[in-house]
Design a protein. Structure first.
Length: 140
């Protein structure tokens, strides 16, 4: 992805239309680690009033992976989002980013215990993220 294309997508994250913000986050997520430079802007989108925009921001951060480690605290807060799919994407992202800190574990453990029927996928994503955190780390 060239810098112009990345810059255009990042600019769209601030568009007044939530559909535009959501699509921009989704497109950045498709680029995975190549969109790491957009990480800060995506992290800001986690606080978006639109649940789809914040969900896609979390999904994109997860696809960026460890370079999105700066967003971990915002993703932990998102684990308690009133919108269940947002919780799912936050848990998924935390598993992919794999920053093992007490607040991350506590948030994931709380979500993993959610027994609400609509939260089954979010709970499963939290359990998977905890398993990923428990895997032995390979030296880089």
């Amino acid at each position: 992805m060239n810098d112009f294309e990345l810059g255009a997508l990042v600019a769209r994250l601030a568009d007044p239309d939530p559909v535009v913000r959501t699509q921009a986050a989704k497109e950045l997520g498709k680029r995975g680690p190549d969109a790491a430079e957009a990480g800060q802007a995506l992290a800001l989108l986690i606080a978006d009033p639109d649940p789809m925009a914040r969900s896609m921001a979390a999904a994109a951060l997860g696809k960026i992976g460890p370079p999105a480690g700066h967003a971990v605290d915002a993703l932990v807060v998102m684990l308690a989002d009133p919108v269940i799919p947002a919780r799912f994407w936050a848990a998924d992202a935390l598993g992919r980013i794999a920053v093992d800190r007490p607040n991350v574990r506590q948030g994931l453990e709380t979500l993993a215990q959610d027994t609400h029927p609509m939260a089954k996928a979010a709970s499963a994503a939290a359990r998977k993220a905890l398993r990923l955190l428990d895997r032995p780390k390979t030296p880089e």
